[in-house]
Ligand binder design. Structure first.
Ligand SMILES: [Zn+2]
Length: 82
């Protein structure tokens, strides 16, 4: 399985279980990682990697979701497909 396929599977599973929100991400903050763990792949986003931060609309109390670029793409693709 390719890296992309693995991420796609993880995104699908996350959406199915409700661990990841099914939203068109709009509130995005992009910057370099601060070592936080990616909401999709579970790997830390390191300082030389770009981090996408997505907050849920509607005043959710859940902390922001953080993604690598590729993980963010895989998640958004699954949201669009779903
Ligand atoms: Zn990731």
């Amino acid at each position: 399985m390719s890296m992309e396929q693995r991420l796609q599977h993880a995104a699908r599973a996350g959406l199915a279980s409700g661990r990841l929100p099914r939203v068109q991400s709009q509130c995005i903050w992009g910057g370099y990682g601060r070592g936080d763990v990616c909401s999709l792949c579970g790997e830390p986003i390191r300082s030389h990697e770009v981090e996408f931060e997505v907050t849920e609309a509607g005043g959710s109390t859940r902390p922001a979701f953080k993604f690598h670029i590729t993980c963010h793409e895989a998640w958004q693709l699954e949201c669009a497909l779903g």
